[in-house]
Design a protein around this ligand. Structure first.
Ligand code: SF4
Length: 574
């Protein structure tokens, strides 16, 4: 079995990490260089560990090229917000930064993090310092490390949410890199809240960090809003008589693939056992170290944890984990999921506080002439005494509103017409799109900018068949990297080229079965034609309460996954 030192040909990123002096590289100098908005390739890889990507506005590329200008380089910064929670002060800082040094918008990501786009090189440090002032950071929000830890945001379980949020934060902090590079480069040596004090030692990651990104999410049944089976470690809370007794652990989920390369595929996490709360952090750490030691360091396309498990086998993995822990996981406990979507509007928690979930289309917070969403949220942040929670479905909960404050918040909701999405179809309320164009360098087709108009057309088809209120999970990604988790959508689109998508069908409503490729490289006309026929059949042939994803599998429109978990595993064992 391959360990780091024995890897014959390490990938370029491995060399960068190796030579980076614990993620420092030449980032500090590169960001001071006055002549160009770009930074060298090695630093573009290393800066991901600091939570940022160098991008350029792809809409401007040709015009600038003709004018012999360099691309309009800019930086996206993803903020680490475990469980998607932000205080009003943090919200106001993000809002101010977006409007002064960003592109005037904020994005709620599919992993419950803030993303801010359009920061020029010379303003990145300023932004990092502004974050630090309100106890936020972007350390490990991207890169080959554990990223933002997700947790469910069910407003009906507000007390339990606090407990689960606690675990998300503990995991996030425990798995942070220990290097002081972030503090030295961005904060002139200041310490970030919650980061360990030990300098230049990485007791968990080692010098070479992980082979690829690593994701953790905690779900609280019956809601699978975090898509727990899409995570490298999916953690499922087990609750008995309203008490958290522990967690089922699922391992090796992941959404990304590469078009046309059968050695890459989306995969579902497989549940391997149950742990008590006091074991959770240790178990997560040991799982991470197995991936550190056995993940593929030669080929990044096959470096995710799912491939490590598929290569060596789940039984080998369990044995290795038990060996490292010194004890065995307990048998899996029953957990039943029934939904993934958000509960919009006002919900009263058991403690008497209120929570209002706002529908935010594809997580984009901005002001338009018609809808002053960003201003409305800013005004709310100025009076709110609870917190904000970004949901895994890219929506926003104004959480923990006291009964005394509810009327004030409601007035602002009314004044800015902030919507719970009630006027929209159930399809739109269950939609997710990644950022894609114009900023994502990997995008092959539009996603966030296109899905809303496509849904308007799909809504007409649903209306014709009386299906407007049917909950169907639809997702679009601009490339097969899978940021919108389209492989777990009942109707999924993955960008193939400008205006062209691969269409996937057949994932389950609750996210425990992957979809399958249905049609390749199709345009909007073909998408609508196909959906029209499918919706007609669904309206006339479906069983009572049958979800669309289940329907297309039962009627053999799409071939069923062989074992109820994942056909990809069987078809493409590495
Ligand atoms: Fe970019 Fe692809 Fe992720 Fe979309 S799925 S944000 S296009 S990397």
């Amino acid at each position: 079995m391959t360990k780091y030192e024995e890897t014959p040909k390490r990938s370029a990123n491995e060399i960068f990490k190796d030579e980076s002096n614990y993620l420092r590289g030449t980032i500090e100098q590169s960001f001071k260089e006055p002549l160009s908005g770009k930074i060298p390739e090695m630093d573009t890889q290393l800066i991901k560990f600091h939570g940022s990507y160098m991008q350029d506005n792809r809409d401007d590329r040709l015009t600038r090229q003709k004018k012999k200008l360099e691309p309009s380089y800019q930086f996206m910064v993803r903020v680490r917000t475990p469980g998607g929670t932000a205080t009003p002060a943090q919200w106001l800082m993000m809002d101010n930064a977006a409007n002064t040094i960003g592109n005037g918008t904020l994005k709620v990501t599919t992993r419950q993090a803030f993303q801010i786009h359009g920061i020029v090189k010379w303003n990145v440090k300023k932004f990092m310092q502004q974050m630090n002032d309100v106890l936020l950071d972007s350390l490990a929000a991207c890169g080959d490390v554990n990223r933002n830890v997700m947790n469910g945001v069910n407003p009906n379980q507000s007390e339990l949410h606090a407990e689960i949020y606690d675990w998300a934060t503990k995991l996030s902090e425990h798995l942070l890199p220990h290097t002081q590079a972030y503090h030295e480069i961005w904060l002139d040596g200041e310490k970030v809240q919650g980061t360990p004090a030990v300098a230049d030692v990485e007791p968990i990651y080692g010098k070479h960090y992980l082979p690829r990104k690593f994701k953790i999410g905690l779900a609280v049944p019956p809601s699978n809003d975090v898509d727990v089976y899409s995570q490298d470690i999916g953690i499922i809370a087990i609750v008995k008589e309203e008490q958290l007794i522990g967690f089922n652990i699922a391992v090796g989920g992941g959404m990304g693939m590469t078009h046309g390369e059968t050695s890459t595929y989306p995969q579902l996490g497989r549940t391997i056992g149950f742990v008590t709360p006091d074991q959770l952090v240790d178990v997560a750490e040991k799982i991470v170290t197995i991936q550190r030691d056995f993940g593929n360091r030669s080929e990044r396309k096959n470096a995710r944890f799912k491939y490590t498990i598929d290569k060596y086998g789940i039984e080998w993995f369990k044995e290795e984990l038990h060996k490292r822990l010194g004890y065995a996981l307990q048998p899996i406990k029953e957990a039943i999921f029934t939904k993934r979507g958000d509960e919009y509007g006002w919900v009263k928690g058991k403690d008497g506080n209120w929570h209002f979930t706002i529908f935010i289309e594809n997580g984009r917070i901005q002001d338009t002439k018609e809808y002053q969403l960003m201003t409305g949220l800013r005004e709310i942040a100025q009076v709110h005494t609870g917190e904000f929670r970004m949901t895994p479905n890219q929506n926003l909960m104004i959480a923990n509103v006291t009964p005394q404050k509810k009327r004030t918040i409601q007035k602002l909701i009314d004044a800015y017409h902030l919507t719970d999405g009630e006027q929209y179809s159930a399809l739109r309320r269950n939609a997710i799109a990644c950022v894609s164009l114009p900023t994502c360098g990997l995008a092959m087709a539009e996603a966030e900018r296109y899905l809303p108009s496509l849904i308007t057309k799909i809504d007409d088809l649903l209306e014709q068949e009386g299906l407007r209120n049917e909950e169907i999970v639809i997702r679009m990604s601009g490339c097969p990297n899978g940021c919108s988790r389209a492989a777990l959508a009942e109707i999924g689109f993955i960008g193939k080229g400008p205006g062209k998508y691969n269409m996937y069908l057949g994932a389950s409503f609750i996210g425990d079965r992957l979809s399958k490729l249905y049609l390749e490289n199709i345009d909007e006309a073909a998408i609508l034609k196909e959906l029209q026929q499918l919706f007609h059949r669904y309206a006339t042939e479906r069983l009572e309460k049958e979800h669309f994803g289940d329907f297309v599998v039962r009627t053999n429109i799409i071939e069923a996954t062989t074992d109820g978990t994942n056909f990809h595993t069987l078809a493409h064992t590495v």
